[in-house]
Write a protein that binds this ligand. Structure first.
Ligand code: PMP
Length: 361
């Protein structure tokens, strides 16, 4: 493992080393099958155990109700932008959206492409998406309120979810699922691409309440209906087996290392504080997110000039710290410190940042 670097990629991103080692060790002969996980039948008992094991871990970690559904769907979170309005908005329905940046905007766009009626009830565009709106006013009768819980590009996050009273929240949690406990009673549906906190790209996890699913539209293409995935335990067709297997191992790692999401959240808070302390204590680094909206997953910051930012990213890499360039749409720097990024990596980055400031500041 000497050649592995501190990985601050935004996604795909770091996976826990013990998980990677387990995959490597079992790759040629998965669970005494004489085959790898990518070669066994998805209809076999051995794969059934993987799928149901992963679902069971999701249920336990989030204390789901027995009739909540855990689904695995391909097409990434981007397909969910379209599937949510397709499944939950009929001709006379309306839904509310909160716009906190690129990913919310894409969700809004996909609803409108289908001609659905939606309202953008809150937006942080007025301040360049540097915060998340804390209070909202929902449209009476709205079927759901859509929210992006963590904004991967701008580095903002809802620490508390907005009060929607009886209206279920639909949340894109692609970049912070399992980073903290969730008030599950507020949600109708949660979706999350796997490639940040869960596993490899190519699989998207969806949690949907039975009561919410019951209200879904009928007459949809089979593979675009949540009900298909729920009725067939995500096995209507061949599921993304390797991705689901990795998710099972990542969740096992969370359970064995941290036990609960409360403990996971404390760990994430300590990691994030280490970096924000360096930023706040310097006149050199500037956080781009407002203090009350800062993400614990994506720490975004600027240096005094773009030239210094380029040198920061390059010199960091020379020092074994990778993936620190900000998203191409916003520039600057970004350290993604998802669940699997160890404290040592964050400490190494904090030390490098202080050194760089002393030399160049
Ligand atoms: N939502 C959020 C919050 C994201 O960060 C991303 C990807 N970075 C997406 C959606 C899109 O995910 P995918 O590439 O799986 O479609």
């Amino acid at each position: 493992t000497a050649h592995r670097i501190h990985n601050f990629n935004a996604g795909p991103s770091a996976l826990p080393l013990p998980v990677l080692e387990k995959i490597q060790a079992s790759f040629l002969n998965f669970n005494d099958s004489g085959m790898s996980i990518t070669e066994i039948s998805h209809r076999s008992a051995k794969f059934d155990a993987v799928l149901n094991g992963a679902i069971d871990r999701v249920r336990r970690l989030l204390s789901l109700n027995s009739d909540d559904h855990v689904l695995f769907i391909q097409g990434g979170a981007s397909l969910q932008f379209a599937m949510v309005p397709m499944n939950f908005l009929g001709p006379n329905d309306t839904a509310d959206y909160i716009n906190t940046g690129t990913w919310s905007a894409k969700a809004i766009k996909e609803a409108r492409i289908q001609g659905k009626t939606i309202q953008v009830i809150a937006s942080s565009e007025d301040q360049n998406f540097s915060y998340v709106p804390k209070t909202i006013s929902c449209t009476p009768g709205a079927r759901y309120v859509h929210v992006t819980s963590n904004n991967t590009i701008k580095g903002t996050q809802f620490d508390q979810f907005p009060e929607t009273f009886e209206i279920p929240l639909v949340a894109d949690m692609s970049s912070d699922i399992f980073s903290r406990p969730l008030p599950m009673e507020k949600f109708g549906l949660i979706y999350t691409g796997a490639q940040k906190n869960l596993g490899p790209s190519g699989v998207c996890m969806v949690i949907v309440k039975e009561a919410f699913l019951e209200t879904a539209e009928q007459h949809l293409p089979t593979m675009l209906a949540y009900k298909t995935f729920a009725a067939h335990n995500s096995m209507y067709n061949t599921p993304p087996c390797f991705g689901i297997y990795t998710i099972d191992l990542v969740l096992e790692w969370i359970q064995e290392t941290f036990g609960t999401l409360e403990r996971m959240a404390e760990h994430n808070q300590r990691k994030a504080r280490m970096l924000y302390d360096v930023i706040d204590g310097s006149g050199f680094y500037q956080a781009t997110a407002q203090k009350n909206s800062r993400s614990l997953m994506n720490v975004t910051f600027r240096l005094p000039t773009e030239d210094l930012e380029d040198r920061f990213v390059a010199e960091a890499l020379e020092n074994g710290l990778g993936g620190l360039k900000g998203h191409r749409s916003v520039g600057g720097c970004r350290a993604s410190i998802y669940n699997a990024v160890p404290m040592e990596s964050v400490a190494a980055l904090a030390a490098f940042m202080e050194r760089f400031e002393q030399e160049k500041g």
